[in-house]
Design a binder for this molecule. Structure first.
Ligand code: TTP
Ligand code: MG
Length: 369
């Protein structure tokens, strides 16, 4: 018997922030609307409703550009607490159908419904029921995709936006991928896209012509992923607890360190590297640990957990140096130093916070319409 056939649903709310605003003020319906800063500010559009999108207005576009494309556009300031509350309601609905829910952001999640826990008969029926219940409880629409894996489910949910349900059955996969631009593959950004285009690979169909060996020559470690995706294969699990336990860096020195200032400088450098990793992993941490190994291999670790908040870079650095000074025994030489962050913010929380920050950076002026 082959591996179990997975059934994944990807749900994504339609024009989320804008849709919530329309719901709160029905007079806005049918008018072009952007949530974000005003046209004379340097703010950007967090999202636009589908009326405004018809004019070409898009997320992350400057408000000035949005205004040029659509002079009648209405700009509204974001109300995050409201969006978060709606998000909470939507996530609660998902959990009625399966505990295997991986939230990607406030308005988007993957659900693994391979096992029909809700007893609705099929993944498609489950997706229908979820969309129905979201509308009933929030008066908002969501689009959903049903497919044998995450990648295809995400592609599916985008295929009939807004307010659509798309099912990709195993036998539909090659037809769906035929004309799919490589840019739609998670992990393929502008740079990789450009490199693929240079090899005259525009769609997943084009990509499929290449051997794994050839892709390895061109793309190194990304080759396997590209190869699998070009065949519509994706074995990533839905991970409700998607969590890395710790992120850190350490260094063993060529020559043992004896001098206090030098030890501090080295720790600072290691902490900066650990901090960089933490940020690249898009995590926040409440616990910081410093590790010291003396020349005789005796190793000590010291940690600090902040009860209230997540570390900022400066605070983490000075706290780390403090831990070092507190515990370092004088006149002993140091063979290794390390620093790590743990007690990390979950993927779900981190995604939520990221989106929040992106939109907060709009620096909203007071003159909203
Ligand atoms: P998306 O799901 O990407 O966009 P959307 O829900 O507005 O529209 P649709 O899914 O129908 O295409 O993002 C969800 C919310 O996240 C969006 O309403 C606003 C916020 N957001 C930003 O603040 N900045 C961004 O660059 C993006 C893409 C989204
Ligand atoms: Mg959305």
């Amino acid at each position: 018997m082959g591996p179990r056939q997975k059934k994944i649903i990807h749900v994504d709310m339609d024009a989320f922030f804008a849709a919530v605003e329309e719901r709160e003020n029905p007079a806005l319906k049918g008018r072009p609307l952007a949530v974000g800063g005003s046209p004379d500010s340097r703010g950007v559009v967090a999202t636009a409703n589908y009326v405004a999108r018809a004019y070409g207005v898009r997320s992350a576009m400057t408000c000035r550009k949005a205004y040029e494309l659509c002079p009648e556009i209405i700009f509204l300031p974001p109300q995050f607490s409201l969006y978060k509350e709606v998000s909470r309601q939507v996530m609660e609905i998902f959990h009625l159908y399966t505990p295997l829910v991986e939230a990607m952001s406030l308005d988007e999640a993957y659900l693994d419904v391979s096992e029909d826990l809700a007893g609705l008969g099929s993944a498609t029926e489950t997706a229908k029921e979820i969309r129905r219940l979201i509308f009933e409880r929030t008066k908002l629409t969501a689009s959903a995709g049903v497919a044998p894996n995450k990648f295809l489910a995400k592609i599916a949910s985008e295929m009939n936006k807004p307010n659509g349900l798309t099912v990709i059955r195993p036998q539909d996969v090659s037809r769906v991928l035929e004309n799919l631009p490589v840019r739609k593959v998670p992990g393929v950004g502008r740079v990789t896209e450009q490199r693929l285009l240079e090899k005259r690979i525009r769609t997943l169909h084009d990509l499929r012509r290449e051997t794994l060996q050839q892709l390895e020559v061109w793309f190194g470690r990304s080759a396997e992923w590209l190869f699998a995706i070009s065949r519509g294969e994706d074995d990533r699990e839905v991970e409700p607890w998607h969590e890395r336990k710790s992120v850190g860096a350490e260094d063993t020195f060529a020559v043992d360190l004896r001098e206090g200032e030098q030890i501090k400088d080295e720790l600072r450098r290691i902490m900066q590297s650990a901090w960089g990793r933490l940020k690249r992993a898009e995590r926040e941490a409440r616990t910081l640990t410093v590790k010291i190994r003396y020349a005789n291999f005796e190793t000590i670790t010291r940690s600090r957990t902040s009860e209230q908040h997540y570390y900022g870079e400066d605070e983490a650095l000075s706290r780390g140096i403090f831990l070092l000074e507190e515990s370092l025994e004088l006149n002993r030489s140091v063979r290794l130093l390390g620093a790590s962050f743990s007690n990390l913010l979950t993927a779900e929380q981190a995604a939520e916070k990221r989106k929040f920050k992106r939109a907060v950076q709009l620096h909203l002026p007071g003159d909203f319409l």
